[in-house]
Design a protein around this ligand. Structure first.
Ligand code: LLP
Length: 416
């Protein structure tokens, strides 16, 4: 289906282990990641950029389990973070602070302090007010803050509106037109060192030409900055390269992205930073769930499964398509069905009107492409303990996050 996720003798396997065995051992719902697949996707991406000095900073928001971060760190990954919590996770996984970038429109003072104390590579600044806030904090700590501005290049990434971030009307980044002025202001601040430039235009992008369009616009700024004596060392092209959510369609090769960006920036002499999240983790993970009940009504067939929108939010939040396959290959004709979760919301749907083989109560299903924005977006809604996470590698499995317990649900609460 995807690298390291395949059928063998009718049984679905991930990185050498049968998913039914994992479901039996660890229960459902269960997130399972393939270490080999993570390595595969990292190498596919990172090696595409081997002709230029670069850092592949994994977007921690897509999958922040510290074991996953550690696997990527071993291959040389840095981290793209958006909170103190994500920086903490990246450092805990052993990622070098000099490979950590920190973005986000609403960095709090304590978060800025934390980043400065830990000595991260740079702050990707999203407003003039934030620039002054960072300068004040750096002055107080007796440090100089390395920064990049996140510049909004105003290009349309042609993806879902909720994950388009580089349009003029979006809340992210600073305006393209005012960028040079802001760099000059930054240069004059005692405790700020502008060393980079950043853009990120959206997520799940499959038309790579939009990256070229954005990179060309940003390059114009860099050239102008050079002419006024502001040296840009890091060119951060963000994340956003899409994956295939359908195993029958091949993904855009990472090479295509590299071929789009490298020729544009190579004469600038900058180091390139990339922030892929989904691309590295998305198709390295699956969500296992069990069919609890089967219900046939008004000629509509429902499979009610034990994973809900609290476990995997993407289908209900974005109407995202996630391919669903049974753990054991099934005989019989495909039938249209809705796969729904147990949450008390009409929108708690994993798949609508989906052609599926006949399933029975007790069957295990796998929701594919769930390694990115899966567990990280899970919640305790309906007071459901969040799922466990397991990593598989060549036939062995390790638990990397325990299933939450009833006690965990109320552990921070008090009866007064
Ligand atoms: N860099 C920045 C500044 C970002 O805001 C993001 C994602 C990334 C990198 C990584 O983007 P990726 O390579 O993963 O596309 N929850 C949504 C996705 C939100 C993405 C937000 N920013 C989803 O499930 O589709």
């Amino acid at each position: 289906l995807f690298p390291f996720i395949y059928y063998e003798n009718g049984k679905l396997k991930i990185d050498g282990i049968s998913v039914e065995e994992l479901a039996r051992k660890y229960g459902t719902p269960l997130y399972v990641y393939s270490q080999s697949a993570l390595e595969h996707w990292f190498k596919e991406f990172d090696s595409a950029f081997s002709s230029i000095e670069h850092i592949t900073c994994f977007a921690v928001k897509s999958n922040s389990n510290i074991s996953v971060l550690k696997v990527l760190k071993e291959l040389g990954a840095g981290a793209d973070t958006v909170s103190m919590g994500e920086i903490f996770r990246a450092l805990t996984a052993g990622i070098d602070p000099k490979k950590i970038v920190f973005a986000g429109v609403g960095k709090r003072i304590d978060e800025i302090e934390y980043g400065l104390e830990k000595g991260i590579l740079m702050f990707n600044v999203e407003s003039e007010s934030e620039l002054y806030a960072i300068n004040r904090v750096a002055e107080k700590l007796g440090k100089v803050a390395p920064i990049a501005f996140r510049v909004n290049p105003d290009v349309n990434p042609k993806t879902h509106p909720y994950i388009s971030t580089g349009l003029k009307t979006s809340k992210f980044g600073i305006a393209y037109e005012g960028a040079i002025e802001l760099y000059k202001k930054a240069k004059n601040l005692k405790n700020i060192n502008p060393i980079g430039i950043h853009f990120h235009i959206g997520s799940q992008i499959t038309d790579v030409s939009v990256f070229g369009e954005a990179a060309r616009k940003i390059k114009e700024i860099v050239k102008e900055l050079y002419s006024v004596g502001i040296e840009i060392e890091y060119f951060d092209a963000g994340g956003g390269l899409g994956i295939s959510y359908n195993p029958n369609e091949p993904p855009v090769p990472a090479r295509a992205l590299a071929d789009e960006i490298i020729p544009i920036i190579k004469d600038l002499g900058c180091k390139l930073i990339l922030e892929p999240g989904r691309r590295l983790a998305g198709n390295a993970g699956i969500l296992l769930s069990q069919v609890i009940y089967k219900k046939e009504r008004h000629e509509k067939l429902f499979y009610i499964v034990d994973a809900g929108m609290n476990d995997l939010a993407r289908p209900s939040l974005y109407k995202a398509y996630h391919h669903i396959v049974p753990a054991s290959k099934k005989e019989g004709n495909l039938k249209k069905a809705d796969v729904v979760g147990p949450i008390c919301e009409t929108g708690d749907i994993l798949a609508e009107d989906r052609e599926l083989p006949p399933l029975n109560e007790g069957d295990i299903i796998a929701v594919l492409s769930a390694g990115a924005y899966g567990f990280t977006m899970a919640s305790n809604y309906n007071s459901r303990p969040r799922p466990a996470e397991v990593i598989a590698k060549e036939g062995r499995a390790e638990i990397i996050r325990q299933r939450e317990t009833l006690g965990d649900l109320i552990s921070k609460e008090e009866i007064f």
